[in-house]
Design a protein around this ligand. Structure first.
Ligand code: SAM
Length: 385
């Protein structure tokens, strides 16, 4: 593999550096590509050198967002990409087509930033649906403004929706998101359910001393309405770099917080690479199954070995992992020409990027005294969560 198209935000990243192995197999460099590995075999699909195949594509439509969640963005926002840096609808359709038709992508999640701020969102979904009638297409949104758009998104061909909601209390919601939009989000959730965009998944991040004590209440609200709540462990992807391993709420704590009101028992369904570990939810002393809850323990119980994701940022760069410091530019290649041969070149560059996918992100090694983990420069909003 050549390194001329592999860049981190700090300049070119050279692969195959010597590493000092930790006893448990992790080290700063082997989270990247180990040296001496075979070249990428010539086979279709997005494989990596650890035997994983990516079939789940997360595509960011924009880096802009209308909330300022403290675990993601600074209060003043970020320096947004210019319009010309962001993929157009046509470019998005082409990259997805290459992913689906040539590289075996089997599901697509549209994200951001906040995808609803893109004026052409409905057209993008309609175009994707026309090109890929069977492809599951989901959307992750903060729900602001969703009540007016849910039906149009469904009619355009959106399959499903994930809505982020961290608190049911206006003051807590506003403290976390730095915006007073709770009512809009709740109206958006209802509109999405009414439009048939279910099963509705609700994503929540718990922050110590802010909304952690509302975890069980949020679960009660979700199961009463037939929504699947998923708690996501806070990851070191905040632009303020305020995350600490000691202060984050772990999956174990989340289970503890929920057990104040509910019995959780493992959901027998196959996890099949899904990030959330699911639990059945019952009230104490009751047999009645109320629903399920998911816990995405990216930090403390990582699932890297089963990861099936490939990520494309809003400016058309492949990230093989949320924590990858290597980005591979597909859009520059795509803009250089538009013949069928270029589709081959784009597919091949994408495959190279995924072949170099790190074995694991190494987040839980923060604080062990070694510089195992370096927080990426990009925040979650700038990658596409
Ligand atoms: N704006 C959309 C939304 O709010 O759902 C999509 C993008 S947002 C980056 C996607 C998800 O990432 C949200 O559920 C959000 O809570 C989550 N997220 C953002 N920063 C995070 C962090 N540092 N750790 C864990 N999850 C995070």
């Amino acid at each position: 593999m050549t390194v001329d198209h592999l860049h981190s935000t700090h300049g070119p990243v050279l692969l195959g550096m010597p590493v000092v192995a930790r006893p448990d197999g992790f080290s700063a460099q082997n989270l990247g590509a180990p040296s001496g590995q075979a070249a990428r075999p010539d086979q279709p699909g997005l494989f990596d050198r650890y035997g994983r195949r990516a079939t789940d594509m997360r595509l960011s439509l924009t880096d802009k967002c209308n909330l300022r969640c403290s675990y993601c963005m600074p209060a003043e926002g970020l320096a947004w990409l210019s319009k010309s840096q962001v993929m157009t609808a046509e470019e998005i359709l082409r990259i997805v087509r290459i992913g689906v038709d040539r590289l075996g992508v089997r599901e697509l999640r549209l994200t951001g930033g906040e995808p609803l701020v893109r004026a052409d969102l409905v057209d993008i979904i309609a175009g994707l649906r026309q090109a890929h009638p069977q492809l599951p297409i989901s959307l992750t949104t903060n729900g602001v403004g969703l009540s007016k758009k849910a039906q149009a998104l469904k009619d355009a061909g959106l399959s499903r929706i994930n809505i982020s909601l961290d608190s049911l209390h206006p003051e807590t919601f506003a403290q976390l998101t730095r915006r007073p939009f709770l009512d809009q989000v709740l109206a958006g959730v209802e509109a999405a359910a009414a439009a048939g965009l279910g099963p509705i998944k609700i994503n929540a991040v718990l922050m110590r001393g802010i909304n952690d004590q509302g975890a069980a209440e949020l679960l009660g609200w979700a199961v009463a309405r037939g929504y699947e709540l998923r708690f996501i462990e806070q990851m070191p992807l905040d632009a303020d770099h305020g995350w600490t391993r000691d202060n984050m709420i772990t999956a174990a704590e989340i289970r503890q917080l929920l057990s104040a009101e509910f019995d959780l028992s493992p959901d027998a369904r196959e996890r099949d690479g899904a990030p959330a570990e699911r639990f059945e939810v019952r009230r104490h002393g009751s047999e009645e199954l109320l629903g399920t809850v998911g816990i995405i323990a990216s930090v403390t119980e990582p699932f890297c070995a089963d990861c099936k994701r490939t990520r494309i940022t809003a400016e058309g760069k492949v990230m093989s992992c949320l924590f990858s410091r290597v980005e591979v530019d597909l859009l520059a290649l795509l803009r250089a020409g538009d013949t069928a041969t270029d589709d081959d070149a784009i597919a091949s560059r994408w495959q190279d990027a995924m072949w170099a996918k790190p074995k694991a992100h190494g987040m839980d090694h923060v604080g062990l005294g070694a510089a195992d983990f370096v927080q990426p420069d990009r925040s979650m909003s700038a990658i596409g969560g």
